[in-house]
Design a protein around this ligand. Sequence first.
Ligand code: ARG
Length: 459
Amino acid sequence: MSLWGGRFTGAPSQALAALSVSTHVDWRLARYDIAGSRAHARALAAVGLLDASQLAAMIASLDSLEHDVVSGAFTPAPEDEDVHTALERGLIERAGQDLGGRLRAGRSRNDQIATLIRMYLRDAARRTAGLVLDVVDALVSQASGAGAAIMPGRTHLQHAQPVLLAHHLLAHAWPLMRDVERMIDWDARAAVSPYGSGALAGNTLGLDPDAVAAELGFEAAVDNSIDGTAARDVVAEMSFILAMTAVDLSRLSEEVIIWGTKEFGFITLDDAYSTGSSIMPQKKNPDVAELARGKAGRLIGDLAGLLATLKGLPLAYDRDLQEDKEPVFDALDTLAVLLPAVAGMVDTMTLHRERMAELAPQGFSLATDVAEWLVKKGVAFRAAHEIAGACVKACEERGMELWELSDAEMVAIDPRLGPGVRDVLSAEGSVAARDGRGGTAPVRVLEQLARAGTHVAEL
Ligand code: ARG
């Protein structure tokens, strides 16, 4: 049963019907549609378009419809174009042609769908944020278990300066906390209801959009009915936040993959979060991390596809807008399976601190410490950099590490390189010296860990 047969003499072609149908995508909005219908029925009653007994019968029919939707007794029929069409059929089956046919007054699928997608995304964002915080919890708990363990810090994937393992793990937690903050900030913009905008110009029936907005949990109704029905930036913004979350997971995952190699040997994944090979009996693969890395590409595609749909689209509603739902649902569904797997992987991985500690001072990662020690002795940094560089060169030629240079060798490189420099020629000395706010010194990281724990609890 279609919602728009009146001015047509013939039925839609099979080809059009097959193209047009969207219930396989939008049926997940059914309960939000019914909630919108209840609020709309009350708005109609408030202006006398439904009397008290009609309103009661309408609400009872909507309740019964919702019950059957939830139980699966009522499902879309092949001829139902979209979720709204299917539910109007279900309402009429319960309330009868006359009463059931009254609910559509003063609303359009254009303001309905723009409202429902916001309701759905607001709930989904809360669920997703909870799952992101589970990953943050796992990182914070590993960081807190890591104590003062030291690892090689890298830039360009080359040894750079030693850092605390906890510091590095928390460097993956903060971006994920910001992703959750973005979801919270986004909600303020999503909490505005387009219901009452009608097809595009508003409604003639004196309906109160603010009352509908309040009943549906929104903060307000939209200020502009054209914008209310045409805008999808709220969907695009959520798609970006979801894609950014996936990208953040992919950066963590890439490190998990590298850390698990024989060459690094920094971690061992728990068997429950590893996979085997069908041919190579010895294999233990980091598939969770690889899927996270791979699926980030998929979420970027979801965002790019939606932006491409919106680009250049004239106001107000165009049917192109129906294409907003599949990509953002895909992004949400993908994260719903990905986040628990990543949380479990992080929570259960074993970190090999001895291996990290052994490598931390290697590769001349203490050269900056030598230069900065000289600076504290009054040497200009430009000269200090040269002197420390000369130490590295000497070590490289002799196949040794910086701390293996004798006092005499150091003084030969530069007389200002006294034996005191040995205080900073250890990974422990190096991290302890970086004690400014945000630095990797154990005292600072301990404070940071406490702040991260407090912040995650506030989100
Ligand atoms: N199924 C449509 C969508 O998801 C609902 C709005 C349809 N409106 C219309 N005039 N055809 O966007």
